[in-house]
Design a protein around this ligand. Structure first.
Ligand code: BG6
Length: 483
């Protein structure tokens, strides 16, 4: 692998994301030689850490995520890390940061290449972007920026943030990260759709009855009540992860696999995304909040959550496109905290075809993303000892050996940033369209809240979410496949 010269500045260098994901992923890329002699990382955050302390943290992060490591390698890797205590609103701190980045650029011959990573609370993204521009932090080589989610809170704030970032970076150099796009099975959607004639040729409203996407989580909001109460499931999961999945399922075949062609195909498709009216929101969407149990809090009693909160911990909804291969096919989705189990899956429900056997059950193609990586397709055969049709699943599951080879999503996406491949990142025009959809739903809900009659279903924890979500289907012959 290429040894990429670069100085990386992580805003949020003492945080959880850096510790759990970024440092271990960077170590793996270092081991592969993608970054090696000519890189340095500056971790910044408010805490008064030293270079040495950050290096210890980096080393701990690697030990926590790797079974066996060569201690000399860990030490050599950690020696590339530097820390600067930083108040994101203080101009002087950016001046010092710039100086340190220049020194390291000389020391490591990083050729003026800079990578900025926004890994701190999103409310600071705009301020940091503005200072990067005002204090001229960009280098003389490539300048790229990775922005964590949420990118804005609604369309207006996303546009504002985008303006602040584009003051210093071209669209091609902005990597809006969504870790779902780094997941193995999500990256499998396009090859699965486009390479098998059996699948490719049935990918249309003629054969697909509906598509169902479930992102279920066992955990509640945990320590993130403060953030979550200003966000909710729609912004936290649908605006990004679910819409990325929907887009991959509905996108027409791109002319080739270059980042430009893939984004072009997605953008063409998204023009035809139907934005719901308030009446459609009322009819096709369900929002809910989890109740408490003997051992767990109800959402409204969670720390840092408003006791009168109308924020949803669950949402189910429907969408459609007017163009593309599955134009007109209903796409149902749901996501929620405190579900029965952690499960991320996509069910493609095929239409019934008339047949002489009178077989009436649905045939599905299912992609399981988490916790297992599997694809299964229903096939039918005759029953052995009585008349009738039996149903079996043809399953492809990754073996343990294969799974062991699958890199963590962050490692994969960081790799892509280093090699300048933005295929699996969100383009601004895609993000903008997602926000238009989300804003339409949020506005309708807000009006209901203001009218004093919000319909917020209360659901029992560790089951399947509110039963109201069973009523969002267009026809009585449709139902959730994963129950
Ligand atoms: C994050 C959300 O983007 O995704 C979290 O902010 C959620 O609330 C998480 O728990 C789920 O990710 P994964 O990979 O565990 O499905």
């Amino acid at each position: 692998m290429k040894n990429i010269p670069v100085i990386m500045i992580i805003f949020g260098g003492s945080g959880d994301l850096a510790h759990r994901k970024l440092y271990p992923s960077l170590f793996n890329l270092y081991e592969q030689g993608l970054i090696h002699d000519n890189f340095a990382v500056i971790g910044t955050a408010r805490r008064p850490w030293s270079h040495e302390y950050l290096r210890e943290q980096v080393s701990d992060a690697i030990h926590e995520t790797h079974d066996q490591v060569d201690e000399n390698e860990v030490k050599a890797f950690a020696s590339h890390f530097y820390y600067q205590s930083h108040d994101v609103t203080n101009v002087e701190h950016y001046v010092t940061l710039k100086k340190l980045a220049q020194e390291l650029d000389d020391r490591y011959s990083a050729q003026g290449n800079c990578l900025f990573y926004m890994a701190m609370a999103p409310r600071f993204f705009g301020t940091i972007a503005t200072h990067i521009n005002d204090q001229h932090l960009t280098g003389s080589g490539f300048n790229r920026i990775v922005v964590e989610k949420p990118f804005g809170h609604d369309l207006v704030s996303a546009e504002q943030l985008n303006k602040e970032i584009t003051a210093s970076f071209d669209e091609n150099d902005i990597f809006r990260i969504d870790h779902y796009l780094g997941k193995e099975m999500i990256q499998n959607i396009m090859p699965m759709r486009f390479t098998n004639p059996l699948i490719k040729n049935i990918w249309s409203g003629e054969y697909i009855k509906n598509i169902q996407i479930t992102l279920a989580e066992r955990l509640g909001v945990e320590a993130r009540g403060g953030y979550y109460d200003t966000s909710g499931a729609l912004r936290d999961m649908v605006q990004n992860h679910i819409f990325q999945i929907i887009t991959l399922l509905a996108v027409p075949e791109p002319k080739d696999l270059s980042s430009d062609s893939v984004h072009q195909a997605k953008q063409e498709l998204l023009k035809s995304l139907i934005i719901p009216t308030p009446e459609e929101v009322k009819k096709n969407f369900v929002r809910g909040q989890y109740l408490g149990s003997d051992t767990t809090f109800a959402y409204k009693k969670e720390p840092n959550v408003d006791p009168d909160s109308t924020t949803e911990t669950y949402v189910a909804g429907k969408t459609k496109f007017t163009s593309g291969p599955i134009a007109g096919v209903p796409i149902y989705f749901r996501t929620g905290k405190e579900f029965k189990e952690k499960k991320t899956r996509i069910d493609i429900v095929l239409k019934h075809i008339n047949n002489p056997y009178g077989q009436a059950h649905s045939n599905n193609i299912t992609i399981e993303v988490d916790p297992e990586s599997k694809i299964y397709i229903t096939i039918n055969g005759k029953k052995i000892d009585e008349p009738g049709i039996r149903r079996e699943d043809l399953t492809y599951a990754f073996s343990k050996e294969e799974m062991a080879k699958v890199p963590d999503g962050y490692e994969r996406l960081l790799h892509d940033v280093f090699v300048n491949d933005s295929t699996n990142f969100t383009h601004w025009s895609e993000l903008k369209r997602y926000w238009e959809f989300i804003d339409a739903v949020e506005d309708a809900w807000q009006k209901e809240n203001e009218a004093g009659n919000p319909e917020i279903a209360q659901y029992l924890p560790y089951r399947m979410g509110p039963k109201e979500a069973d009523n969002i289907f267009e026809s009585p012959t449709e139902h959730w496949i994963y129950e």
